[in-house]
Design a protein around this ligand. Structure first.
Ligand SMILES: [Zn+2]
Length: 482
């Protein structure tokens, strides 16, 4: 009743057409690729979801003695850009003009089932209508009427500089000390067939950073959806410093079809930050980036392994970026694997925009895994504690996070993979990790560890071809800059 324009999770109907977009590699990274033949620091990296192309195109972890000033200058520049861009509205063309105070919703309460949107509704009017329908409490109504056109933000600054401010996004104004459900819609569909994507917002009563959580950018990666639900629905606005913005299911059509991809088989996580004049995928990415991601100070994009591979709970982070490296220290009991990321990834684009970002990988696709979910929630809780957003007397594990360089070990023969090792196992060079069994010739081909390390990701037993990446071995590494 209150949020009929919100989730229509189980109604299919979107069609997207996607093409690739190219974003140039920043100069600070470009010259480092010349080091790829330096075997001492060569790291066979991977990017999200074990894409082979990404393994080939990633760049090595810098040694712990980077070129003087390089990283710092980069950081300073990012900070300046960030500061300069903080106050501006992300994209005036993409941002709905109407701003209504969002209804305060106790996220712990079960929301009423959404009703279908009326055909004639155009997107900008949707938040307004919903706000009209909602019945805000007297306290909210007072707050809303007390807010003149100058907005709560300015008023709060004048009277009490330390006070938390409203968050204005997606056509709504979320008051401090409230939580609500908003909706993001890329506005590319046929009017009336729009399928808004739910966005959960908790705006703390105290000032602090904006933490964004994104799940199911790949629609078949389910653990992150539950990690975000548990994390956000456990927050109390009155005890929160800063804001938490969560999009549990970014790729709604993919989720509905149990597919990693958008309906035309394109990968949304190769199109960020998107563009207004590109393909539909570019436009979807651009809309999300401008309307939601630009509000973030920190971003955790939650993924899982793919293609029948599973991961230890781990972060993928560009450890060559000092701000990102610092961010990873907030994650309790997480392996941290260095990965620069690939152009087009949400994490990569966000870092380029000055937003500290990591990818969290938790388990396998198409599964809900309690252990992985608990690890993810624990780690996000530790992050919010470390960033001063919550205070829960968090008890840290020992001694995580642990930092890894990593490499993939591939099958040299086709056949059926039978693993001898387990996820998380410590392995030594030459140790047999598993066998590929040829069902026709009965040949047994062992796969051996090429270095000492730990199994941080691996394929489940399955039919494989030669070249299939089977075991992801992490070697403990120093954090650059320490
Ligand atoms: Zn993914």
């Amino acid at each position: 009743m209150l949020y009929r324009w919100l989730t229509h999770l189980f109604r299919a109907g979107l069609m997207f057409t996607l093409t690739g977009s190219l974003v140039s590699i920043p100069a600070v990274y470009a010259n480092k690729s010349d080091n790829s033949d330096n075997t001492e620091v060569l790291v066979a990296e991977l990017a999200e979801d074990e894409s082979v192309e990404d393994v080939e195109h990633s760049e090595p972890l810098r040694s712990s003695e980077p070129k003087a000033g390089n990283g710092k200058a980069d950081t300073a520049q990012r900070s300046n850009e960030k500061a300069a861009s903080q106050d501006k509205t992300p994209d005036s063309t993409a941002e709905p003009a109407v701003e209504e105070v969002a209804p305060n919703v106790d996220l712990k309460e079960v929301a009423p089932p959404p009703k279908p949107a009326e055909p004639a509704e155009s997107e900008p009017s949707e938040p307004k209508e919903t706000a009209d329908q909602s019945k805000p409490t007297a306290q909210e109504a007072d707050a809303a009427t007390a807010t003149d056109e100058s907005g709560v933000e300015e008023a709060a600054k004048v009277t009490e500089p330390q006070k938390a401010t409203s968050l204005k996004m997606l056509g709504s104004e979320v008051l401090p000390g409230t939580s609500t459900r908003l909706a993001w819609s890329p506005a590319i569909q046929i009017a009336g067939l729009s399928q808004p994507t739910p966005v959960l917002v908790v705006n703390g009563s105290k000032p602090g950073p904006n933490l964004c959580l994104t799940g199911a950018v790949h629609g078949d990666e389910l653990n992150g959806i539950e990690i975000i639900r548990r994390t956000m629905y456990d927050l109390e606005p009155n005890k929160l410093s800063g804001r938490v913005i969560g999009i549990p299911i970014v790729n709604l059509p993919g989720f509905q079809q149990g597919s990693r991809y958008l309906p035309d088989r394109r990968d949304l996580n190769r199109h960020f930050p998107g563009s207004t004049d590109g393909s539909l995928a570019d436009r979807i990415a651009h809309s999300l980036f401008e309307n939601v991601i630009r509000h973030c100070d920190m971003l955790v994009d939650i993924h899982t392994g793919s293609l029948k591979r599973t991961n230890l709970p781990q972060l993928r982070a560009d450890m060559n970026n000092p701000e990102v490296a610092e961010l990873t220290r907030g994650f309790d009991r997480m392996a941290v694997v260095h990965s620069t990321g690939t152009t087009g990834m949400l994490r990569h684009a966000a870092v380029e925009a000055g937003i500290r970002s990591v990818t969290m990988e938790a388990g396998e696709s198409l599964r809900i895994q309690e252990h992985q979910i608990k690890a993810g929630v624990n780690s996000l809780t530790s992050l919010m504690d470390k960033e001063g957003m919550i205070s829960r007397m968090f008890v840290w594990g020992d001694p995580e996070p642990v930092y890894y360089d990593s490499e993939w070990i591939r099958a040299e023969h086709g056949g059926i993979l039978f693993s001898e090792t387990k996820l998380g196992a410590k392995v030594t060079e030459g140790e047999i990790l598993g066998y590929v069994s040829d069902p026709i010739t009965n040949a047994q081909h062992p796969i051996r560890a090429s270095s000492n390390g730990r199994i941080i990701g691996m394929a489940v037993d399955q039919v494989v071809m030669a070249g299939f990446a089977a075991y992801h071995v992490g070697t403990e590494a120093e954090v650059p800059g320490e």
